[in-house]
Design a protein. Structure first.
Lengths: 607, 128, 505
């Protein structure tokens, strides 16, 4: 086990000069990972007076498996997606580094190596965000600032922890946390949570995410949104479940509640934003933030069921968001645009892409029978049955956002794949096989997990037992609730599929003769034939009424306040630097004034 | 006694003029705008400090600090000896001060050619 | 030949003065001699480092007068570490500038002499055990720096050099004044002996001396209100000189500050520690926020350098073994990383007007290797793992946490965010955007590439395997903290008089 980790760490640190090499490295690492039985070996590396420890446990196995599986597929997609672009070496080096560092985070047994890999992940992903070179680096800078705030909050927590317990081991913090003083508990807890919240894009710290997600190359965004953000979830789960739960309930209860509500608000707001987006990438980016909001809420509530649902959703989200970003990437590559108001009717040209995107969208919207439904079901249930009455309001928020999610998912599918055909997109063809295969494979995985969610419950339950829950129950293919009812997924699955197939056959037979493919210009309005430049795609102003309804909420974004804050600071800094006047005599004056002041007050300072 | 008074006056005069020189130099460096005057000010400060240094090593009625081969003072026992170290150091410091002044003046020439002025408050291309 | 610390001063000084004659013999000797000298010194320092590790501090008495009367050189693990670092950096600077001056048609003779003098001064300042000798070396550094700053006639070098000279003259004046007052009180110039006799000095006098020393040496160490000269000098000097400032001059200044506060006055319970922390904090904050608004790359690097020195001061102010370890580590890291940044950065901005950052868009494609070096340096200097800068930052933060200085940690980290912003702005700019047409790239020289590659490899190696260096730094930290040991070693040489002949051999 240890040798395997080191082998692929070493293998990946070397610069990869092509996508293929990077794919081979990642997939071979994945093969190594999955063929390894979950052994408990620990690798230690010692640096001066402390040791770094790497090892795998039941909880990190869930995340490691997710990272390895999905990134192996995405790197296959990457080969085709990135072909023909500039600076592949640069891109693939960072791509591989980011994935390697996620594995590092998951394997880390101590905070120092956790932080090291966390930061590697941050800067390598930063270098990818600026790869496309949009918007003069503002996006990258914003991403970097927020990541740095998060990373350094974490670093501060880590060094303070070390000063308290003289150990960097995660396990030691978990054990020692209850013994800390009240203030210390609060400080360490809050700092760690800030660190993780940034990556998980929780509401006040999310502003970097939409642009960073949408402006990176899509093959990386699939990783970025699907996996990288999950590292925040990974850390948060450790904090909420292992660390906080050991402390007396009253102390840490408040953080959990605050984070749960923040997660809920994130989910709703981001969903609203997603609905009004005109660009598929931007839409998906907001949708990611919203989905992460659910997961955070689930973790923060902290009951057995909610945590399970959160972890389940985390994995499912990585899958379906990976598919959607890859699908959008495929469209972008084949058609050259991702604007929902211009594209349309790609279904006949890119059927496989449409199929995977459809499956992913169903999962995202939480429609039975796919995985998303299972996760959301458990989340609702856990909140409704919660002892805390405020969770009933929270469930309303989540439900609202979940419903609104239908809107944007539908818009996405419609805008890209449905509607009338435009002659402009006639040349579009299906994406090449390396792009299609990962999408279809992941879509099939989603279907499988919808059919038998237990496949995923098993490792999650093991992981939760590792984190400190006892007797986490699960069933292979059914959900049970506390009222004693059992929902058997197989029946749900069977009936839905039957209905769907029957409906499809019916519609096909009925419409076969009368179907005529039309373009948007194939209409007459009051006898006038529309000019070619008029954009008559259905997707224009798709949700105009909805936009109007939510407009007051959206007007001032958090982004706005951050920008003002940033500008204010910059002008303050600009003022401060005037102290360097450029006049040598002034500098000499500073020296003399400083000297005189020191001579006058010297006796007070120096004994 | 007349003699002691003279010595006291002398030491006050030396210390006083040392401090006075330093202050005059400081004034020139901080207030005068002309580059050459600033350099003169620096030299005056240096002179003041050298004077102070010498004054510290000086002992009234002392003799010159010369040792014989055997490491015994040539002068007879009981007479005081002027501390030689400050004098040696001041010599070094004067040489250094000379070097700095030379470099400074060459810079002034360069600056004047470049900016057509020797006023320090007008040479501010580099700032912030 | 017997290696001894005195070679560090004698050999380069001799070479520097012989160079005009050698240049008459053959023009090329001029370029080769410094390399030979520095290689030899590198060999000497490696030998001495090993000897010091096994036998302890090496004392070299000059001219037969033993301490406390004569001048002695004290080669402790700390001074040895710094001297080795300085010589290694000088060697790389020589490599970097080997061909540089040929192209520019500026007097190479002066350049190499001055660089050698700068090296001599810095190494001598670190090794000397005599406070007045310290002053002399400080002046050697200062004079050669003034001249090097004004090296290019077409830049604003003279202006920068004059400001530097004005402030530097203040530094030496105050330092000399401090020596005068100190001598009048303790009657000796040997630092070890001063340290012993310091207890008898009346407090008010002690404080005055301390203040004069702090301000005098604080100017060289770029402490906040005293550092107006630094950005100008860094940005106007030829780029190898910028490296030399960051790697030698400032390091010498910080060394002086540490030697004076730790050994002469004693850091414990004297109020110097908090003072250094506060001043370091102010320096750090002021420098970094000024750096954020810079439009010129070299000025940005200069302010960043000042900020790093503030960080070093903070660490020395904390004063525990862990903190001093972190501080020395940071000095080492700063030398190699800032060296790399200056070297690669100067190629990037070689042909841009005013060295401005905004013209750098898309250079990542045009100068891939140089951009990679610069990005590596930027990642390392802000302390991102797994590069060298991370470990020093981590150790300093750990030391601060052990001292329960939580506000300080927060301050350092907030400032680090500012640092990240301005460095990543540049890195981002290098890698996105369309390069402007028609700008001519400066092809790096072979020597320059080798020098930068060595630095880059050093950053990576230390980043991945810090233990390669931590042993030396640990010894250095113990040696600076243990004042009694220093005194015993430095004055212990009294008993074993070294004859003059020994040195001449």
């Amino acid at each position: 086990m240890g040798g395997a980790i080191l082998a692929y760490l070493a293998k990946r640190i070397t610069p990869m000069l092509s996508s293929i090499v990077s794919f081979l490295a990642i997939s071979s690492a994945a093969v190594v990972f999955f063929t390894m039985t979950s052994s408990t070996d620990v690798v230690t590396v010692s640096v001066r007076n402390f040791t770094l420890q790497f090892g795998l446990n039941a909880y990190s196995w869930v995340f490691a498996a997710m990272v390895m599986g999905i990134s192996a597929l995405v790197s296959l997609y990457n080969i085709a997606y990135m072909s023909g672009k500039d600076r592949l070496g640069y891109f693939n080096l960072n791509f591989t580094l980011a994935i390697m560092s996620m594995m590092g985070i998951v394997f880390a047994n101590d905070w120092i190596s956790f932080f090291i890999f966390w930061e590697i992940m941050t800067w390598s992903s930063f270098l990818i965000v600026v790869y496309n070179g949009i918007d003069e680096g503002k996006i990258g800078t914003k991403y970097m600032i927020f990541s740095a705030v998060g990373g350094y909050a974490m670093l501060m927590a880590i060094v303070i922890t070390n000063s308290q317990i003289d150990s960097f081991l995660i396990a030691d913090l978990i054990n020692a946390y209850p013994t800390f003083g009240h203030g210390m508990q609060a400080m360490i807890g809050i700092l760690f949570l800030i660190g993780f919240s940034v990556k998980a894009a929780v509401m006040p710290l999310h502003v970097w995410a939409p642009r960073a997600y949408s402006d990176s190359p899509m093959s990386f965004t699939a990783i970025f949104s699907g996996l990288l953000s999950k590292m925040g979830i990974f850390g948060m789960a450790i904090m909420f479940i292992s660390v906080f739960s050991k402390a007396s309930i009253g102390d840490t209860f408040i953080y959990s509640q605050v984070i749960a509500w923040l997660g809920g608000v994130t989910a709703v707001m981001a969903t609203f934003y997603a609905v009004i987006q005109k660009d598929a990438k931007r839409l998906l980016a907001y949708s990611s933030i919203a989905q992460l909001g659910y997961i955070v809420t689930g973790l923060a509530i902290g009951t057995k069921l909610s945590v399970m649902s959160a972890l389940f959703l985390a994995v499912i989200h990585a899958l379906y968001k990976g598919i959607l970003f890859m699908a959008v990437g495929a469209v972008e590559r084949q058609a050259g645009s991702t604007n929902l108001e211009q594209l349309g009717a790609l279904i006949r040209k890119m059927p496989w892409t449409f199929f995977s995107a459809l499956i992913a969208a169903i999962a995202l919207a939480g429609i039975p029978p796919l995985g998303g439904f299972v996760g959301k079901w458990m989340l609702y249930e856990s909140m409704i049955t919660s002892t805390n009455p405020s969770h009933l309001f929270l469930v309303i928020l989540i439900f609202l956002s979940s419903t609104a999610a239908f809107l944007y998912v539908y818009r996405l599918l419609f805008g890209l794949f449905l509607g009338q055909e435009e002659p402009e997109w006639d040349h579009v063809k299906e994406a090449p096989a390396p792009m299609v295969i990962p999408m279809v494979l992941m879509a099939l995985t989603l279907i499988l997990l919808g059919y038998a969610p237990g496949l995923l419950f098993e490792p999650i339950a093991n992981g939760m037992e590792f984190l400190g829950f006892e007797n986490v129950g699960w069933q292979m293919s059914s959900l049970s609730n506390i009222w004693g009812d059992t929902v058997d997924m197989q029946y749900v699955w069977g009936s839905v599929v039957t209905l769907f197939v029957l409906g499809a056959i019916f519609i096909t037979i009925k419409n076969r003769k009368s179907t005529r493919y039309v373009t948007t210009k194939d209409i007459h309005t009051s006898g006038e034939i529309p000019e070619a430049h008029e954009n008559l795609t259905y997707a224009v102003d798709f949700y105009k009424p909805f936009e109007r309804a939510i407009e007051p909420v959206m007007r001032k974004t958090m982004d706005f306040y951050y920008n003002h804050f940033g500008n204010g600071l910059e002008s303050l800094f600009g003022f401060v630097r005037k102290i360097y006047t450029g006049n040598g005599q002034t500098y000499a004056m500073y020296v003399v004034i400083f000297l005189v002041i020191l001579l006058l007050i010297g006796e007070q300072i120096f004994k | 006694m007349e003699n002691i008074d003279f010595n006291q006056i002398l030491s006050i005069a030396i210390y006083g003029s040392a401090v006075g020189l330093i202050l005059i130099g400081l004034y020139a460096v901080l207030m005068k705008k002309h580059l050459t005057k600033i350099i003169i000010g620096l030299s005056i400060i240096d002179a003041g400090i050298h004077l102070l240094f010498i004054a510290i090593g000086y002992i009234s009625n002392g003799t010159s600090p010369i040792f014989s081969e055997k490491g015994i003072s040539l002068v007879s026992e009981g007479t005081k000896m002027v501390d030689p170290v400050p004098q040696a150091l001041v010599l070094t410091a004067i040489v250094i001060g000379f070097g700095v002044t030379a470099v400074a003046l060459s810079l002034v020439i360069r600056l004047y050619r470049h900016h057509q002025t020797a006023r320090i408050d007008q040479i501010k291309t580099l700032k912030w | 030949m017997v290696v001894s610390p005195v070679h560090f001063i004698a050999v380069p000084l001799l070479a520097a003065f012989l160079m005009p004659i050698l240049a008459k013999v053959n023009k090329n000797l001029l370029r080769i001699v410094p390399g030979i000298v520095l290689t030899y010194l590198g060999y000497v320092s490696v030998v001495l480092m090993n000897r010091v590790a096994t036998e302890g501090t090496i004392i070299e008495v000059l001219a037969g007068w033993s301490a406390p009367w004569g001048i002695n050189l004290v080669y402790t693990p700390f001074t040895g570490f710094l001297a080795t670092l300085m010589i290694a950096m000088s060697f790389l600077i020589w490599l970097y500038s080997f061909k540089f001056k040929k192209v520019d048609d500026e007097p190479a003779l002066k350049y190499f002499i001055l660089q050698l003098m700068l090296t001599t001064g810095s190494v001598g300042l670190v090794l000397t055990g005599d406070i007045f000798n310290f002053f002399v070396f400080m002046e050697i550094i200062a004079l050669s720096s003034y001249a090097l700053t004004a090296f290019y006639r077409d830049r604003n070098g003279a202006e920068a050099a004059f400001k530097y000279l004005l402030i530097g003259a203040f530094a030496s004046t105050l330092f000399l004044l401090a020596i005068v007052l100190l001598y009048s009180q303790v009657g000796t110039l040997n630092m070890a002996e001063i340290s012993v006799r310091m207890h008898d000095v009346p407090t008010s006098m002690k404080v005055s001396i301390l203040v004069l020393f702090l301000v005098g040496i604080g100017i060289e160490a770029e402490m906040f209100p005293l550092n107006g000269w630094a950005p100008d000098a860094y940005s106007q000097a030829p780029s190898p000189v910028g490296v030399a400032f960051a790697a030698l001059v400032v390091k010498a200044g910080v060394y002086g500050l540490v030697r004076i506060t730790y050994t002469l006055f004693g850091i414990e319970g004297s109020g110097i520690g908090p003072f250094l922390i506060i001043m370091g904090g102010i320096t750090l904050v002021m420098a970094e926020i000024t750096a954020l608004k810079q439009t010129s790359l070299k000025r940005m690097l200069a302010y960043s350098s000042i900020g790093q020195m503030g960080f070093v001061l903070i660490a020395f102010g904390i004063g525990t073994h862990e903190a001093v370890f972190g501080a020395i580590f940071l000095m080492f890291n700063h030398a190699i990383i800032k060296g790399l940044l200056f070297m690669s950065g100067s190629y990037l901005v070689y042909n841009t007007p005013n060295k401005e950052i905004k013209y750098l868009s898309g250079y990542g494609m045009k100068m891939p290797v140089i951009s990679l070096f610069f990005s590596l340096g930027a990642l390392a200097i802000v302390g991102l793992p797994p590069f060298a800068g991370f470990w020093s930052k981590l150790y300093i933060l750990l030391a601060a946490a052990d001292g329960a200085l939580y506000g300080l940690i927060a301050l350092i980290l907030v400032v680090s965010i500012i640092e990240i912003v301005y460095y990543f702005r540049v890195v981002g700019r290098l890698y996105f955007g369309k390069p402007a047409e028609g700008s001519i790239m400066r092809k790096p020289t072979v020597g320059g590439m080798i020098a930068m590659s060595i630095l880059a490899i050093a950053i990576l190696v230390v980043g991945f395997y810090p233990d390669i260096i931590t042993g030396y730094i640990d010894a250095a930290a113990s040696s600076i903290l243990n004042t009694d040991e220093y005194i015993k070693n430095a004055l212990g040489a009294v008993n074993e008089l070294t004859p003059v002949e020994n040195i001449i051999q």
